[in-house]
Design a protein around this ligand. Structure first.
Ligand code: PRP
Ligand code: URA
Length: 229
C-alpha cells in the first residue's frame, strides 16, 4: 500500500506500508503536485527546472514552518490600533546540502529573507553510494537557531543522515529535513539514524533502482539544475 498522509498532517507511514517512528509531512497541495509534474518531465530544461524547484521549496516551507512561534504586538493601521501576531522565538537557519539544496535555499529565502544560510558539501560515491563530505560552513550560532536541512532528493538517505549528524555534532536540535522527493529506503534510513527528525516531502516514490536513483524520480537533481549532464 502507498502512504496516504495529507498536506500538513503527519503520518507514521513511510512507503510500502511500513510504520516509521518519525513524523512525515507530505505536502500534496495541488500547486505543488502540478509543479512537481513539470520537474519530473525530462523535457524540462535547467532554467525552468530551477524556477520550479524554487517554487516547490517555497510552497513546502509554508507547511514546514507552520509551527513557528508567534507573539502578539500592536500596530497602527490607517484606521485604528490592531492586535497582530509576528514571528518570535528562535531565529532561522537554512542549511543546503550541495549542490542541489541551493535552489531550495533560493526559494525559501524569498519567504524568510533574514534566515542565515549554511552549506554542507556532500557527493555520493557512484560505486558505494556513500556520501563523501568536502565542505561545511554553518552559522556560528546554529545551536540557537531553528534549522531546516534542504536537499531535493532523499534516495538512500546517506547524505541527509550524514548532514543531520554533522548538524547535531555542532549543537543543532529539532532540525527539520525538507526533500522534494523521497524514496521509502531514504525515509527508513532517517527513521533508523535520526528518529527525532521531522521530514517534509512533496512525494514519496516507489523505490530505488540498482544505481541508487529514485524511481520514477526526476533524475539527477544537481545535473538537471546546473545542466551538467
Ligand atoms: C544527490 C542529491 C542528494 C543525494 C541523495 O546529490 O542532491 O544530496 O544525491 O542521495 P542519497 O540519499 O542516496 O545520499 P549528489 O551526490 O548527486 O551530489 P550533487 O548534488 O553535487 O550532484
Ligand atoms: N540523487 C539524485 O539527484 N537523484 C536520485 O534519484 C538519487 C540521488
Amino acid at each position: 500500500p502507498r502512504p496516504s498522509p495529507s498536506s500538513g498532517t503527519s503520518s507514521p507511514e513511510g512507503g510500502r506500508g511500513r510504520l516509521l517512528p518519525m513524523r512525515i509531512t507530505l505536502v500534496d497541495h495541488p500547486l505543488v503536485q502540478h509543479k512537481l509534474a513539470h520537474l519530473r518531465d525530462k523535457r524540462t530544461g535547467p532554467k525552468d527546472f530551477r524556477e520550479l524547484a524554487e517554487e516547490v521549496a517555497m510552497l513546502m516551507a509554508y507547511e514546514a514552518m507552520r509551527d513557528l512561534e508567534l507573539e502578539e504586538t500592536t500596530v497602527e493601521t490607517p484606521i485604528a490600533p490592531a492586535r497582530v501576531k509576528v514571528l518570535s522565538g528562535k531565529k532561522l537557519a537554512l542549511v543546503a546540502i550541495l549542490r542541489a539544496g541551493l535552489v531550495m535555499v533560493e526559494g525559501i529565502l524569498k519567504l524568510v529573507p533574514h534566515a542565515r544560510v549554511g552549506h554542507i558539501g556532500l557527493y555520493r560515491d557512484p560505486e558505494s553510494l556513500n556520501p563523501v563530505q568536502y565542505y561545511i560552513k554553518l552559522p556560528p550560532d546554529i545551536a540557537e537557531r531553528r534549522a531546516f536541512l534542504l536537499d531535493p532528493m532523499l534516495a538512500t538517505g546517506g547524505s541527509a543522515s550524514l548532514a543531520l549528524s554533522l548538524l547535531k555534532e555542532r549543537g543543532a536540535t529539532g532540525v527539520k529535513l525538507m526533500a522534494i522527493l523521497a524514496a521509502p529506503e531514504g525515509l527508513e534510513r532517517i527513521a533508523k539514524d535520526h528518529p527525532d527528525t521531522e521530514v517534509v516531502v512533496a512525494a514519496i516514490d516507489e523505490r530505488l533502482n540498482d544505481h541508487g536513483y529514485i524511481v520514477p524520480g526526476l533524475g539527477d537533481a544537481g545535473d538537471r539544475i546546473y545542466g551538467t549532464k
